[in-house]
Design a protein around this ligand. Structure first.
Ligand code: BEZ
Ligand code: FE
Length: 313
C-alpha cells in the first residue's frame, strides 16, 4: 500500500510539489505572529494536516464544495437542543481520541468515555436508594457501588450525576415536552457508597436524521450505540470522571458507533426473576428487574490537564 507521501509523489511533478509546499509554508508562516502560543501551535498544525489531506487524496473542487455544504448543514440543524458537530466529532472518533489524550491511564483509576449530547445541568437530587426513572418506561435496575481514591480511601459526599435513555431509546430531552426523567444526582454516604434505582440500559441510535446520519448511511455504518448508563462523578481534590457502564453480552459492544466502549466499563447487569426480593425491599410485583455494581476510582486532581476536563462530545 502506498503511504500519503508516496501517493502525492507519484501523482505530481517536482515543480507541482514545490508550488504546493510553498503554499503550505506561507500559510503556516501567516500564523507566526499569533500572540497566544497555544493558538499558534494548534493553527499551524491544523494548516499542515489539512493541506496534507487535500494533497494526499488530490481533492477536487467539487468535493471541497461538498465538504463545505456538509459542514453548513451541520450548522443549520444545530440549535440549543441539537448539536450536530458533537455527533460528527463522536462518529469520527475525535471525541474519544481527545478523551484518551486527556485521561491517560493512572494507577487503578476508572476509565473515562464519551460525554454525549444528553447531559442536563440541574437534574433532580435523589436520596441514596432513590429512583432516577421519574416515570421513564423500562425494566427497573438496582445500581450500587463505591467511590474511592487510588489508595482505596472512601470518598464521602462525591456528587454522582446519572442519566440514561428509556426503553424506547430516547432521552427525556428528545421528547421536547419538558419532561425530566431518566436522570438525577445523588451523593455518596460516609463510606463512599452509593445506590439507586435506574433502568436496565437498552441500545439506541444516536440522532441520525441529519447530515451525520446521512454520512453514516453512505458509509454503511450503523448509528447504534451499545446499551449504557452515563455517570459524571465530581469530588473535591479529585479529577472529575465522565464515563458510562455498558451491559455485558450486548451484541453492539464491538460496533458502538462513537467508539465509546472500554472493556473495564462492561458490567454484568444480572437479571432477577419476578419475586426475587429487592435489596431495599421495594415491591416489584410480577416484574423482572436487574442489578449491577460499579466501583469507581477517582484520580487526584493533580493529574488533571491545566484547563481541566472539557465536558463535550
Ligand atoms: C449518548 O451516549 O447518548 C451519545 C453519545 C454520543 C453521541 C450521541 C449520543
Ligand atoms: Fe447515552
Amino acid at each position: 500500500m502506498m503511504n500519503a507521501q508516496s501517493a502525492t509523489a507519484a501523482q505530481t511533478t517536482p515543480e507541482q510539489r514545490a508550488v504546493e509546499d510553498d503554499l503550505v509554508a506561507r500559510v503556516v508562516a501567516s500564523f507566526d505572529d499569533t500572540a497566544d502560543p497555544r493558538l499558534r501551535q494548534v493553527m499551524q498544525a491544523l494548516v499542515r494536516h489539512l493541506h496534507a489531506l487535500i494533497r494526499e487524496v488530490r481533492l477536487t473542487e467539487q468535493e471541497w464544495t461538498a465538504a463545505i455544504e456538509f459542514l453548513t448543514s451541520c450548522g443549520n440543524i444545530t440549535d440549543g437542543k441539537r448539536q450536530e458537530f458533537i455527533l460528527l466529532s463522536d462518529v469520527l472518533g475525535a471525541s474519544m481520541q481527545t478523551i484518551a489524550v486527556n485521561n491517560q491511564a493512572y494507577a487503578n483509576v476508572t476509565e473515562a468515555t464519551v460525554f454525549g449530547p444528553f447531559f442536563v445541568d440541574d437534574a433532580p437530587r435523589i436520596p441514596l436508594g432513590g429512583d432516577i426513572a421519574g416515570g421513564a418506561p423500562g425494566e427497573p435496575c438496582w445500581v450500587e457501588g463505591t467511590v474511592t481514591d487510588t489508595d482505596g480511601n472512601p470518598v464521602p459526599g462525591a456528587r454522582i450525576e446519572v442519566w440514561e435513555a428509556d426503553e424506547d431509546g430516547l432521552y427525556d430531552v428528545q421528547y421536547r415536552d419538558g419532561r425530566v426523567s431518566g436522570r438525577a444526582h445523588l451523593f455518596t454516604d460516609e463510606d463512599g457508597a452509593y445506590r439507586f434505582w435506574g433502568l436496565t440500559p437498552t441500545p439506541y441510535p444516536i440522532p441520525h436524521d441529519g447530515p451525520v446520519g446521512a454520512l453514516l448511511a453512505r458509509a454503511g455504518r450503523s448509528p447504534m450505540r451499545a446499551s449504557h448508563l452515563h455517570f459524571m462523578v465530581t469530588a473535591e481534590d479529585l479529577r472529575t470522571l465522565v464515563t458510562h457502564i455498558f451491559v455485558a453480552d450486548d451484541a453492539l459492544l464491538d460496533s458502538d458507533t462513537v467508539f465509546g466502549v472500554k472493556q473495564s466499563l462492561v458490567k454484568d447487569f444480572t437479571r432477577q426473576a419476578p419475586g426475587v426480593p429487592a435489596p431495599d425491599g421495594r415491591d416489584l410485583g410480577d416484574r423482572t428487574w436487574s442489578r449491577a455494581r460499579f466501583d469507581i476510582v477517582l484520580a487526584p486532581a493533580s493529574t488533571r490537564r491545566p484547563e481541566g476536563p472539557r465536558h463535550q462530545g
